[in-house]
Write a protein that binds this ligand. Structure first.
Ligand SMILES: *[C@@H]1O[C@H](CO)[C@@H](O)[C@H](O)[C@H]1NC(C)=O
Ligand SMILES: *[C@@H]1O[C@H](CO)[C@@H](O)[C@H](O)[C@H]1NC(C)=O
Length: 338
């Protein structure tokens, strides 16, 4: 076939394909917004985004509601399993705010993405999932994100965000995941942040430069399962994070300056992973910890703990590294107690 014929056949194939499909064609306003989005990047790999094809059925990274033809998801991801690698070189354009039916927006491992998170994003009030992960996006975590009242997942990990965590994020009552790890966030965690986040299950503020205490409002959350504060400069008491009936299954507080009496802590029975290493935790390890049948990892090294390491339960699994560099811990797998 001649090249011209091949193209003609391809066009015929696509028009047959889209007319035989029962789903609605791409909404014109959304198509316009996507084309504006594309042209804002001086370099991009959005070659499938062409006016001659339907954005819902033929454009990579775009997902639509099949009844209305409205664009509901945009997913740009260079995750290992993703078959469609993407390059976007520039910042998230203001026109993103015109995609008013968007429910899910993901940029993952997009190296060329930089600049600030645009305020027009706050117009997308149906947005449930916002993921900006491993990009060069900078500026602050914008307070206007609190206008995205439908958000369940806010994940801004591994960017170049700086400044303080805005207290306004505490009004996102539907959040199940708040992930702000691996940025350059400073200041203390707003005391009121967790007061209304009744459905929060994952909280990851690790690997930032946060200071001050962990707010006690976190103790009131009955659904919290994954709690990561490691690699900050947090101080004070964190014993309120524990409690026998709390659903916490993974807790990482490593590499802070937390100081509290471990002897008085009651461990959640659901705990599977606990790293509290490199803090200033004192007292002894309570024997109740041997009741934790799901515990597969523990690290209490580099603290100021003392006394006999409990034996029984899963405790035979753990090596001396888990207990190294404390004040005077003793017993298996360390030296016998005197
Ligand atoms: C973005 O584009 C500029 C200019 O073309 C180029 O110098 C730079 O390397 C690109 N960066 C990325 C991460 O693609
Ligand atoms: C919390 O989750 C429950 C169960 O999924 C749901 O019924 C409830 O509406 C949620 N609450 C909020 C504030 O999102």
């Amino acid at each position: 076939m001649t090249p011209a014929l091949t193209i003609a056949t391809t066009i015929l194939f696509f028009s047959l394909f889209s007319s035989s499909s029962s789903s609605s064609a791409c909404n014109k306003h959304d198509e316009k917004a996507l084309l504006a989005f594309k042209s804002s990047f001086h370099y991009n790999t959005l070659t499938s985004w062409s006016k001659s094809t339907d954005c819902c059925s033929s454009w990579d990274h775009v997902g639509c509601d099949s009844d209305t033809g409205r664009v509901t998801s945009l997913r740009f991801s260079n995750d290992y399993e993703n078959p469609r690698p993407v390059s976007l070189n520039g910042s998230i354009p203001a026109t993103i705010g015109d995609l008013s039916s968007l429910e899910s927006l993901t940029f993952s491992r997009v190296d060329g993405l930089r600049g600030r998170i645009p305020s027009q994003l706050a117009k997308i009030d149906k947005l449930k999932h916002l993921v900006i992960y491993l990009t060069r996006v900078s500026g602050t975590v914008p307070p206007f994100l609190s206008k995205l009242t439908a958000l369940t997942q806010l994940s801004l990990a591994g960017n170049r965000l700086s400044g303080a965590i805005p207290p306004s994020l505490g009004s996102l009552v539907h959040l199940t995941d708040m992930v702000l790890s691996g940025n350059r966030l400073t200041g203390s965690i707003p005391a009121s942040l967790f007061r209304k986040l009744a459905n929060l299950t994952t909280l990851d503020l690790s690997r930032n430069r946060l200071t001050g205490p962990i707010p006690r409002s976190l103790a009131g959350l009955s659904s919290i399962a994954f709690v990561f504060f490691h690699g900050n400069r947090l101080t004070g008491d964190a014993s309120f994070l524990f409690g026998k009936s709390r659903p916490v299954s993974q807790l990482n507080l490593a590499g802070n300056e937390l100081a509290f009496d471990f002897s008085r802590v009651e461990f959640p029975l659901s705990m599977g992973y606990m790293d509290v290493s490199n803090n200033k935790i004192y007292g002894s390890i309570p024997a109740q910890i041997t009741e934790l049948t799901r515990l597969t990892y523990i690290d209490v090294s580099y603290n100021k703990l003392c006394g006999k390491i409990p034996s029984g339960g899963n405790f035979a699994l753990f090596s001396a590294d888990s207990y190294a560099h404390n004040k005077c811990l003793c017993g298996e797998p360390l030296q016998p107690c005197k």
